[in-house]
Unconditional design. Structure first.
Length: 135
């Protein structure tokens, strides 16, 4: 009976090694591309509204943004994020105060950010400037 020692490679070990290396290379190429697109990959621009649940200014900001979104349906999306529930996302976007609005183009790239209450008329001006809305 022949015994295998550690110095003798198994016939399949070279193939397995190549498969593992190829797998790691593919993951290295695919994962960075996937990480650049935020969850819920969009085809329209999006406003990320960073809030705190019991913040009166945040509630007012939400009302303004939702009213504008209702006036321009389907032209941009809004996603509210609460620090209590989405702390990693707050850190990722480096949000220090609430409310903060982060404007993402259709490719998911940040194109503008505003901290504090965004008055309705100023918000409309900025949305037109960024081409988030069309009349």
């Amino acid at each position: 009976m022949k015994t295998t020692t550690w110095s003798e490679p198994r016939p399949w070990s070279a193939k397995m090694f190549k498969i593992l290396v190829l797998g790691w290379l593919l993951l290295g190429l695919l994962l960075p591309a996937a990480a650049q697109t935020p969850p819920g990959s969009q085809v329209i621009p999006e406003i990320l509204e960073f809030d705190r649940k019991f913040c009166p200014v945040c509630k007012e900001s939400e009302q303004i943004i939702q009213a504008v979104r209702a006036r321009y349906p389907g032209q941009f999306a809004v996603r509210r994020l609460y620090i209590d529930e989405e702390e990693p996302t707050f850190r990722r976007y480096r949000v220090a105060i609430v409310p903060t609005q982060v404007f993402l183009d259709a490719a998911g790239k940040e194109v503008f950010r505003h901290e504090g209450l965004f008055p309705r008329e100023k918000l409309l001006e900025k949305l037109r400037e960024l081409k988030f809305i069309k009349e």
